[in-house]
Structure formats: C-alpha cells, structure tokens
Design a protein around this ligand. Structure first.
Ligand SMILES: O=C(O)CCC(=O)C(=O)O
Ligand SMILES: [Fe+2]
Length: 437
C-alpha cells in the first residue's frame, strides 16, 4: 500500500511571481533572450519547474498567451511527455481566455447542453454494475465541434482548439519514437461536468487489444473555485501512482492515450468542468476503422490502488460500456486546424486565425527592393516542413526553419503576380501573391 504523502501532488498553482522566480530559477536554466535550438536529443530529466521558468520568461516578453510555442517550451513539453508519458502545462491559457471558456461551458451545462449522463454503480472500483441507478447522475457530457456555428465565441473554445492544434503540430519536430508525427485529426471537444461526488475509475483511453487510434489525450481544466476531483496518474501497469493533479483553471494535461498512462478522476467535491480532446494517429485510426474498432476507454481491472478502496458507498462514475454517448464514431473526427501567424519572440503576439491543413491558403506578402535584390517576406505556415517556391522560372527549395519569416531573395525583378509554393509534406499548393513592383 502506497503512502499518499509520498506522492507528488500538484495543487492549484499560485500565480507566478516573476520577481521571486527569476533569480532562483531562470539563471540556472534559461538565460533571458535565449531560445534553445531544436534538439538533437531530449534532455533526460522531468522537471516541472522548467515549464514554470519558461512561462515566466515569455510572460516577461509579453508573450503570455503564446509562451508554449517557442522552441524551448515545445522542447520541454515534448521531453516531459517522452520521459514521463504526460505533461502538465499550467497557464496554457491566460486567465481571461480560460474564464471565457468556463463561462460558456457553465452556461451550456445550465442550459442542458451536456445531456449525457454517467451512471451510478456500486462497488469499490465501480466494477459491479448490478446496482446501476440511472436516476442518479454521474458526470454530464456534451460533444461539440468547437466552432462559432455551435454557439461558442471564437475567442473561447475555438481559439483554444486552434492553439492546441498549433502547439502539437509544432511539437512534431521535437518528438521521436511512438510519437505524434502522424496526428492528423482530433475528436470533437468532450465537455464534462462532474457534480459533487462524480468520479471516473482507473482506465486507459486506448487500451484494448487493438488500437483505437487515439494517440494523445488533452485535458483542459476550467475550475476557478477550488474543487477536488484530481486526476490521478499511474505508471504503466496501473499499480503505482505517479502524480495527483488538481483540475485548476487554465491547466492543460497532455498524456499518451494508450496503456502507458492509466489514470482516474478522484471524487469531486463540487462541480468540476473539463474539456477533453483526443488526437488520433492517422495509420492506427485507419486500421481501427477497417477493423471496426471504436474509440473507447478501457477500464482497468486492477483496483488494488484505487483511491477509494475503503469506500464502500456507491460512487458516481462514467460507464465505459456506454459507448454511444461517450465515444462518437470516426465520422466525428475533425481536422487539426492550425494558425499560420508567425511566432517571433520580439514581435507582437500572433492573432489566431484558422488554416485548415487541407486547404490551400493564400498569403499576401510584400516584395521589397533592397540594394538591387528583390525580397519576399514570407510567413511559413506551421504545417509546412519543406517547400518549393516557383517564380518566373526560378525554383527555390527551402528547408522549413521554424518560427521565422523566410526571406526569399530574387536577383531580378519578380515579374509574376504569383509565386507558387508547393507544400511538399502536405502535398498542397500554397499561392503567395506578390504585388508587382
Ligand atoms: O476529466 C478528467 O480529468 C479526465 C477524464 C478522462 O480520463 C476521460 O474522459 O477519459
Ligand atoms: Fe481518460
């Protein structure tokens, strides 16, 4: 039996105090103004303070809403994910952004838009479903396309999803092995409210014999008032607890959906709001569809360490067998739309703008004549790794360099109105419109 007090417990974060943090943390790890180059290998240790330091660093540069997108932040998130299987990102959203989503989620809940109910079951681990009592509600669930047409303010849930997509898309550069390179689509947003007593027993999100396509789970917590209902994360196998994480406002938890990361939601002491999105691995999902495997969670039988092992009273929990309500089919998967705004450390914070990976975006850019050279300043879309630029007979192949505006230099005047950019990775064509000089 493991002593609870030995477990790492991550409480609601107090807001960072830059003046306190800077002298003790930053000089040790990240001198201000420096961005780590893309890694050749991942740092070995999991150190949550690294992320706090990075958040402070970019907050001081006025990048509080995009601090996760810079190379060193992406690298650290990636490294935590690979060494631990999960990563907790506090203040992924600004308080303003999180509060807007929370307000709308609460309104949806109050208006009955989270209609699907968990069930109440008896038994220590919820495995005895013989006393299911459908009249007592467990958690409330609604599946949403995070779009304005479904009633969400653009600056709330839709922007969160675009931002999350963009960060994950950028992280592809920093992952290795069974990673996220093949993330192509995501589930709709599952919005949940666990009422007082609501919980979800230990399970994995993609744990069957055959993969269901889910690769990465992303949770966004939206609780301004302190509630319990912590996420308890286990080591693979499910017997050893690794961390207990409070569901606090603006906190995003990323973890592998497969058997590497069993987890459970401890009983909540109040209404607890969360948005869950699953990101799918393209090849695994195609196979799952062919074989008729649906994305569903797998309850773990081993309940030896389940937190309520002494609690004999009925408990509110999700019923994993309730597939229809909990797990929509493949036709509900949505594309990962990203933003192609350039992320420049010393520039203004980018404004979110969706770019569908399957679309053929058009970028307007200026051609400048600098000392006899014609220069196009081209913000590179975030889904592009290599691209070819064809212009008036010229073919320039550019290696995608992250977060920068490419300067394409032509020695002669650019005569064509359009420079055609072939986006090789996504096999799309992007047209860059240049004004005539
Ligand atoms: O709400 C949470 O913290 C986690 C929920 C979860 O694990 C699930 O829905 O699969
Ligand atoms: Fe889960």
């Amino acid at each position: 039996m493991q002593l609870i007090s030995t477990l790492p417990i991550r409480l609601t974060p107090s807001k960072p105090q830059p003046s306190n943090l800077l002298p003790s943390v930053l000089p040790l790890v990240l001198p201000l103004g420096e961005t780590l180059p893309p890694p050749t290998s991942l740092p070995p240790a999991y150190h949550p303070w690294l992320l706090t330091a990075l958040k402070v660093k970019y907050t001081l540069k006025g990048k509080q809403s995009w601090w996760t997108i810079f190379n060193d932040s992406l690298q650290t998130i990636s490294s935590h994910l690979h060494t631990e299987g999960y990563c907790v990102i506090d203040d992924f959203l600004t308080l303003e952004h999180g509060s807007l989503i929370a307000e709308e989620v609460k309104r949806a809940y109050t208006n009955g838009k989270l209609p699907d109910l968990g069930v109440i079951t008896d038994g220590r681990d919820g495995s005895n479903t013989s006393t299911v009592n459908q009249t007592v509600r467990g958690d409330y669930i609604g599946w949403f396309s995070p779009s304005v047409s479904e009633g969400w303010s653009k600056e709330g849930l839709p922007d969160y999803v675009t931002k999350l997509n963009t960060v994950l898309d950028q992280m592809k550069v920093f992952t290795e092995g069974k990673g996220i390179q093949n993330l192509v689509s995501r589930s709709r947003a599952m919005v949940t409210c666990y009422p007082k007593g609501g919980r979800y027993t230990k399970h994995v999100d993609n744990g069957g014999m055959r993969g269901n396509g889910r690769r990465l789970t992303a949770l966004l917590y939206l609780n301004e008032e302190e509630v319990s209902g912590e996420l308890k994360v286990y080591a693979a196998g499910g017997s050893q607890c690794k961390e207990i994480i409070s569901p606090s406002m603006g906190r995003v938890v990323l973890f592998w959906s497969d058997s590497r990361v069993p987890h459970e939601v401890l009983p909540s002491t109040g209404e607890r709001f969360c948005v869950t999105i699953w990101f799918f691995d393209g090849p695994e999902w195609s196979e799952a569809k062919l074989k008729g495997v649906v994305p569903e969670s797998t309850k773990l039988e081993d309940s030896s360490n389940s937190s309520d092992s002494n609690n004999k009273s009925p408990s509110l929990q999700h019923d994993p067998s309730n597939k229809i309500n909990r797990e929509p089919g493949g036709e509900d998967l949505e594309p990962m739309t990203v933003t192609n705004e350039p992320f420049i450390e010393n520039g203004n914070e980018p404004v979110l703008r969706d770019i569908s990976l399957s679309s053929k975006p058009t970028l307007n850019c200026n051609v400048e004549n600098v000392e006899g050279e014609y220069i196009i300043k081209l913000p590179i879309p975030k889904d592009v790794e290599d691209m070819e630029v064809e212009c008036d007979g010229y073919v320039l192949t550019l290696k995608h360099k992250m977060y920068e505006i490419y300067e394409i230099k032509f020695e002669e005047r650019v005569e064509e109105n359009n420079v055609r950019c072939k986006v090789s990775r996504k096999k799309g064509i992007m047209t860059v419109k240049c004004p005539k000089l």
